[in-house]
Design a protein around this ligand. Structure first.
Ligand code: URA
Length: 188
């Protein structure tokens, strides 16, 4: 039994906020459970994720996968998770209380994965990980250095890109910055 298994068991039976009442599955994340350079953080599971128990497996996830593949960011380079691990009803934005209740699980994931780069996908992740008052449209595309240990790249949520094609070019540019940094890091 390792610590990650203990975490998964505890997280899967969590009832620290009301979201547990309607969930089909707790969605821990997606990816290999080991230290990887990049952690992507979304908002919360949608319908497909709730059904399948895996993060970003619906339309937004497919867009992200296509982009990562095109940029040669490989599955072994990243882990992908969400701020809240249970689906908010009708995909509403999780409340501050729900985020606060769930954040210790994300903290544990940070400590296990030890990412050098964190990509905030959308406003909920940016507010939870950077500052509650940030506006994603103002800060996206700019690296934020967190205590010299982690670089954070805030960008749009892929679901927002699907809704508004005008965000697509910026989203691609932001992920390209992540790719360039990853390649710099891995080429020594
Ligand atoms: N949107 C998210 O924020 N996370 C998912 O896992 C799916 C859609």
């Amino acid at each position: 039994m390792n610590k990650w298994d203990d975490f998964v068991r505890a997280c899967s039976s969590c009832n620290k906020c009301g979201l547990y009442q309607n969930r089909r599955n707790v969605v821990i994340g997606r990816g290999l459970v080991k230290q990887v350079p990049i952690l992507f953080v979304g908002e919360g599971p949608g319908e497909q994720e709730d059904i399948k128990g895996e993060a970003f497996v619906g339309r937004a996830g497919k867009l992200l996968d296509l982009l990562l593949d095109a940029m040669e960011i490989k599955p072994e380079d990243y882990y992908i998770t969400n701020v809240v691990k249970c689906r908010p009803p009708n995909n509403r934005i999780p409340t501050k209380d729900e985020v606060d209740a769930c954040i210790p699980w994300l903290r544990y994931q940070f400590s296990a994965i030890k990412p050098s780069i964190v990509v905030c996908l959308g406003s909920t992740a940016a507010k939870a990980l950077i500052d509650n008052d940030v506006k994603i449209t103002e800060i996206r595309g700019n690296w934020i250095d967190k205590q010299g240990k982690i670089l954070i790249m805030p960008t749009y949520h892929p679901a927002a890109v699907l809704r508004d094609n005008g965000k697509r070019a910026d989203f691609y540019l932001d992920v390209k910055k992540v790719r360039d940094r990853l390649f710099q890091m891995t080429s020594g």
